[in-house]
Design a protein around this ligand. Sequence first.
Ligand code: GLP
Length: 251
Amino acid sequence: MDNMEIKTFSSYEDLSRTAAQETFDAIKHGLTNDNKFVLGLATGATPVAMYRILIQLLSESTLDLSQFYTFNLDEYVGLTRDNPRSYYAEMMEQFWKPLKDNNPTFNLDHGNIPNGETFDTEIECNTYEEIIKQVGGIDLQILGLGTNGHIAFNEPGSAGDSRTRVVAIDEETRKVNAEKFFDGDISKVPTQAITMGIGTILEAKNISLLVSGESKREIFDKLKNTTEPTADNPSTFLRNHPRVTVYTDIA
Ligand code: GLP
């Protein structure tokens, strides 16, 4: 794993605590030196504890967060934002609202996520790319890892230069997400999502990949053992990025 620094922890809690501390340090450094920091956020189960600790650190700090921006990787198409299962609702509950409540200098309008309710997805996707450019690009992108190697909703077959677009969600992913977030009812899981593309993700200045739990061992081994990127396992495109830090509890 030449271009990837792998940090292995004995527990999910330790992984989350260190990832949170190092993310906080990066945010503090960016706000202090560049008067701005743009953090890319992932959804799913893996980053939840890290977010909780990061928000504690940001809340205890005296940092002025008026120039702190976040951009989520993806959102389901067709779920309204008041649907508790939308990624918008998940991020409002897990990240933006607790942060705003504890550090009022954070501007809720700076929490960006694709609008899954949009009637014109083409415009929405292009606008999302535009806003990322307008704030100067993403300084640090947090990523999880799908069991089939997807990053964001870039499923196997995604092109390495893909941009923010509407994608079909693989059956395997819909099944996994149904179990975790839709009471096991796959019929409730949307079939499409808007996702940042691989190309979009690789433009982030730094990437932190969080990989936790036995269910990710096989796909993580594949990533570690693959030197050449392949669309069959989109996570391998991370090989093309110079600054990837992996936080894992998989020994
Ligand atoms: C979801 C999300 C990804 C996430 C991945 C892993 O489908 N689209 O952004 O990283 O699957 O999720 P988890 O962390 O719950 O394993």
